[in-house]
Design a protein around this ligand. Structure first.
Ligand SMILES: Cc1cc2nc3c(=O)[nH]c(=O)nc-3n(C[C@H](O)[C@H](O)[C@H](O)COP(=O)(O)OP(=O)(O)OC[C@H]3O[C@@H](n4cnc5c(N)ncnc54)[C@H](O)[C@@H]3O)c2cc1C
Length: 391
């Protein structure tokens, strides 16, 4: 790292948005990251295949206190813009169900991000933690674990709090507070929900069992796989719902979406099966037995009230989660720097000229399906275009 050089731009974070921003304009710039490897979250994303975007991205796919904020950046950088770049760099990708766009290997996407940044005059300083940032005449002084760095512009691209093992931490929020920016309270999302003590036994018994469900929370409903974990529920339907769940709110699970438990029971009323046995053709045997343990027994002996309870349990299983699985398991962090402090076209901090913020550090959180990485590209691109004008 050339310590005395004044860089045009210093980018804090060689993650998705920082590297993409770096590759979007030609100027002498440095990207600093505390990790020894670049874009560690991208390298594990999408189960190792990187769900890098979604064929139909719109502002409705994002949660923010200001739901209009992301519109300009999303309009200026579309999923096709990213796939065009991948094609130019000969990176294979494919469109999958629900509009999800995947790479073949997440490592390909990381290499693309790094190579593109390097082509555009970027020095990469890995294993270097930024400890503090000061505003000084003509720019900023970054105090790093490897000495001071000076730059005329700074991009805070240091991500959210999820997955501390991959480098996530509170530095961006600390700097936001230092520069007087409002912050929307952060919390882990796109993660599992926990059972309280009364339901722990259910999780322990059913760990690893999964089923296609509809999960409802208020007026929102999400269909997809649910997976029981040793202390709660997880799986795509739950992760999607977790973006909207608030403490003390109940969730309701329909274990037989599109079917009618009462009709199924009526069809089998003359059989010699047990109640749970009837549903073992629709749910894993162990799940049917455990969910219905309070009512199980020969179907022929069951009262009408008991059968109503069975149907209610299967279609309206309601509980109050005791919390989320937390930052160690969450794929994203909701909340962050309040977008009212940021120009939506350039990502520049309104009150601190030449300071920019991108990616998950902002109060913009996408749902499961490639939306968070797309926000990283779109916000990084927006900042890159603005910085290009100042070159
Ligand atoms: C397991 C997992 C899987 C995911 N899969 C997907 C997926 O398939 N599709 C999708 O759309 N989203 C996915 N996400 C979310 C997505 O990875 C993030 O939203 C995205 O990476 C955010 O980009 P970012 O640039 O804001 O931050 P990040 O990519 O997190 O980068 C921030 C960087 O800043 C560095 N940093 C922080 N503080 C400092 C400091 N003080 N000094 C120096 N460096 C610092 C960190 O080391 C990190 O490298 C996944 C997340 C996780 C955890």
């Amino acid at each position: 790292m050339k310590k005395e050089q004044l860089f045009h731009t210093a980018i804090v974070g060689a993650g998705a948005s920082g590297l993409f921003c770096a590759g979007s304009f030609d100027a002498s710039k440095i990207v600093l990251d505390a990790n020894d490897k670049p874009a560690r979250k991208v390298s594990v994303s999408g189960g190792g295949r990187c769900n890098f975007s979604n064929g139909c991205v719109s502002a409705a796919d994002y949660l923010s206190q200001n739901k209009h904020f992301c519109k300009n950046a999303l309009a200026a950088f579309k999923p096709q813009d990213f796939t065009t770049l991948l094609d130019e760099f000969h990176i294979p990708w494919q469109a999958c169900e629900n509009g999800q766009l995947f790479g073949q290997k997440a490592g390909d996407i990381v290499r693309f991000l790094v190579n593109r940044a390097k082509i555009h005059h970027t020095a990469l300083a890995l294993g270097v933690r930024v400890l503090d940032i000061e505003k000084e005449p003509g720019g900023f002084l970054l105090n790093t674990s490897n000495g001071p760095v000076r730059a005329a512009h700074v991009v805070l691209a240091c991500g959210g709090l999820s997955f501390p093992a991959l480098g996530a931490g509170p530095f961006g929020i600390k700097m936001a507070r230092k520069f007087g920016l409002a912050v929307v309270e952060q919390h882990p999302v796109l993660c599992g929900l926990s059972f309280d003590k009364s339901l722990r036994g259910l999780g322990e018994t059913l760990t690893g069992s999964s089923a296609e469900v509809v999960i409802r929370q208020g007026k929102k409903r999400f269909q997809g796989p649910l997976l029981f974990t040793h202390n709660g529920i997880s799986g795509p339907a739950v992760l999607k719902m977790s973006l909207f769940w608030k403490p003390q709110e109940p969730v309701e699970i329909d274990f037989l979406p599109g079917k009618n438990a009462a009709e199924i029971l009526a069809v089998h009323k003359n059989s010699t099966q047990t109640i749970s046995g009837v549903f073992s053709s629709y749910l894993p045997n162990k799940m049917a037995k455990t969910l219905l343990s309070a009512y199980d027994g020969p179907l022929a002996d069951a009262t009408r009230v008991k059968l109503q309870e069975v149907a209610r349990t299967l279609h309206h299983f309601t509980f109050f989660p005791s919390g989320t699985a937390g930052y160690t398991k969450a794929e994203a962090t909701a909340g962050g720097i309040d977008t009212r402090t940021i120009d939506p076209t350039t990502m520049e901090v309104r009150s601190v000229p030449n300071l920019f913020v991108t990616g998950e550090l902002l109060d913009v959180t996408g749902n499961l399906g490639g939306f968070n990485l797309h926000w990283a590209w779109a916000s990084g691109f927006a900042a890159g275009q603005a910085l290009k004008q100042r070159f």
